[in-house]
Design a protein. Sequence first.
Length: 461
Amino acid sequence: MKYIIHACNKRLWYVNNFIIPSMVKQKIKKSDILVWLDKECAGVLESCMQCFDSLPDNDENVWHLQDDILICRDFKKQTESFKNYDGIVCGLSVLDMEDEYETGETDVQNFWYSFPCIMIPNKIAKECARWFEENQFKKQFVNWIISNKGDDYIFKCFIEAEHPDIKIYNVCPNIVNHIDDLIGGTTHTNKRPNLLRSKYWYDDELTEELEKELEVYMNKNKKVALYTGTRNLYPGMIASVMSLVKHSSVDKVYLLIEDDSIQDYIDEPLPDYIECMNVSEEYKKYFKEDSPNMTSRFTYMALMRATVAKLFKQYDKMLVLDCDIIVNENIDELWNIDITDYYFAAAAEPDCCKGGKYEKMDFYTNIGVCLYNLKKLREDKIVDEVIKRLNERKYDFMEQDCFNEVCQGYIYDLPSTYNGCNYTIPCKNPKITHFAAVKDWQSKPIVEKYMNMNFKDMRND
């Protein structure tokens, strides 16, 4: 039995991490699963017809699946039972169906025509593509497309016009559930309101299991950022966050602060995706009062950056930023850098290894922009070692020196365009500007520009 999953790029994460593994778990061969990807963003209808047209002109039955389904526990058994069925099999009905339709073997008038799960003989699918090509510019078709009629509706019209006597089978209970409300239509962190759940799906326990798995997965794969700062840095911090929100699709931003006065620096409530955490007492759990780094020219807030792997166990990766950075253009790709085998990614400070106290290091970085592999830091107990050393001896640049020292050999060399400052490799028009060691950086025009903006202008949240 062959299966084709019709997918768009934005949902490929769900196809690869949930649908295909659940099918393989039921002993469906990977070689029998094809993903038809709408690479050119042609749209659902056009992509579906392209897929149909590519099929061989034979009698083989193929299951066509959408990229937003949950398969039942005996999906393989159910679908294979129709392998030799001489007709069309619909595996899902939807809640918004106005009339009651017959289940089991029926006729075209009772056809559910729901495409999240449907078995179609290749020759019928290919004929539909030809029929669509011949008729798509007719007035009736244009009106259908304008009114957002989808591939399933067009297919129903084709069946009614060309194969009114074909055998139809509506499977009840449904063999898939339609869960687009859980995974969203745009990104894996953007849910949509409850839409077209399956009408005859009875395994709510399985749906609840998926919801829990999705919650874990989404947390692990969110674009998360973090800042730390004392009250004198709040204005610049807000400006930096504003630039980050404007130039990324960051899902969550954490602000580790020392009091609640940050709200005094903005004229609007912080949006829900920004969460403030007062850590004025929390740091004492990790750092002793007599820690040599507590008397540094930096504050204990810098030390708190060493604890993020412990504070945020729900995440595998996190972008940690200094307050004195401004994001200049979209940096979404930064979160996608593969640092599986590294503890963190940061831009090099090449001059630091040419002599002096850092000469024993092969590589030294500026972690004002740092993508941490929280999972690996936890698994290899690196975070424990960093906190231990910070409590034992003084470092000039505190957690930056310590992380570079402990993680030698496992640091990803981040292009300096993500940390354009006086210490990293010179870069024209960096994606992120870092005002490291720049006096009065909060008075810079670009910083003041973002200080005078509102979060509501950044997004439609």
